[in-house]
Ligand binder design. Structure first.
Ligand code: ZN
Ligand code: ZN
Length: 358
């Protein structure tokens, strides 16, 4: 029912108003919070409140950072179609403390309704922005070389070394207000300088559980803070990846052990030659050899699984399809494998086939 516009008397199209009067009265911007903007000159994170927000890579462009800050401080009724800013950034030196006053023109385009009958509303406003180059907390810590402790990751020959290093970086990145302020390469590893001695001990414990190796925590008195008379300790968390990894098969003490955990000097796992009997060996005392790693695992099908009587005892007898010549071959350690057609991992050592799926 087309009536007349309540404001001007033209034909009403929408909410008892004509197009023009409707657009005049419509506003998508329902709020704008005034702010000052600081941008970290080292990492481009930005701050308009209490805390610096991490820059995403595209924000390294100052204009995009300013746009983002304006967008985040404007409240809309609905998501605008376009949000643009115009600002002339005068020539300036990028250094800590540099202040700029920037005249920013914001323009917002909003689509109301859909299809052919959609209306476009344009809103514009201007704002004088106080802008400053600063240094965020994180970069500030990095600059000051502040640290409470180190994680000393060692044995870069271990093929999990990079994974372990990445594990440390990710762990610290996720922790609130804890940072790695420096990474130093050493002869066979990396020292991670971190801002929380408590947290690096947690990371150390997790490293040891996940990767296997030797964990040693030491603390040493560094200095006395004369303003507070507090003693300052530094904590070093040394984690040495073992020579081998969980999942590797090592030959030690005439056994073939599939390592399931490595902690300190002890490697525990299953003795493959002894039908998976649990085994534990101090690998630092004896000569050992890494016979196979997880890269040597091959997937095969169980083709035969029967019970045989050997010396009056029931024993499982299993055949698999050899990954080398596709002949059926006897599995040396059949314990705990139940069915035919099971898919299992095996390794071949001295022409014998061992299951390594546990
Ligand atoms: Zn009207
Ligand atoms: Zn920064």
């Amino acid at each position: 029912m087309a009536g007349k516009c309540l404001k001007c008397g033209e034909t009403a199209k929408i909410q008892q108003l004509c197009k023009k009067c409707f657009l005049d009265s419509y506003s998508n911007i329902i709020g704008f919070k005034k702010f000052n903007l600081a941008v970290c000159m080292d990492c481009s994170s930005y701050c308009y409140g209490k805390q610096f927000r991490p820059a995403i890579s595209q924000d390294k462009d100052l204009l995009k950072t300013i746009r983002k800050a304006f967008y985040e401080n404007t409240k809309f009724k609905q998501k605008p179609e376009k949000f643009e800013i115009k600002v002339k950034i005068p020539k300036h030196t990028k250094k800590q403390g540099t202040k700029l006053y920037l005249k920013v023109r914001i323009s917002v385009l909003t689509r109301i309704g859909e299809g052919k009958s959609a209306l476009i509303k344009k809103e514009e406003f201007e704002f004088q922005l106080r802008f400053k180059y600063g240094i965020c907390e994180k970069c500030n810590l990095g600059r000051s070389n502040y640290f409470e402790g180190r994680i000393q990751l060692r044995n870069d020959k271990n093929h999990s070394f990079e994974k372990a290093a990445e594990f440390i970086r990710e762990k610290v990145k996720k922790a609130k207000n804890i940072f790695i302020t420096k990474e130093m390469k050493t002869k066979n590893g990396i020292d991670f300088y971190a801002t929380s001695q408590k947290y690096i001990q947690t990371v150390g414990a997790e490293l040891s559980k996940r990767f296997g190796g030797e964990l040693k925590i030491t603390s040493s008195l560094q200095t006395m803070d004369w303003t507070t008379s507090k003693e300052l300790y530094r904590v070093d968390v040394l984690f040495r990846l073992s020579e081998f990894n969980v999942g590797d098969i090592i030959k030690i003490n005439k056994k073939l052990i599939l390592a399931k955990s490595i902690s300190g000097k002890m490697a525990s796992g299953f003795d493959l030659k002894n039908n998976n009997k649990p085994a534990k060996e101090n690998y630092t005392n004896k000569e050992y050899e890494i016979i196979a790693t997880t890269k040597d695992y091959k997937e095969v099908n169980v083709v035969k699984s029967i019970e045989k009587k050997v010396k009056g005892k029931k024993e499982l007898y299993i055949e698999v399809l050899s990954p080398e010549d596709y002949q059926t071959v006897k599995l040396e350690n059949p314990k705990d494998i139940k069915k035919e057609k099971d898919l299992i991992n095996v390794v071949i050592i001295d022409d014998k086939v061992y299951c390594v799926s546990f």
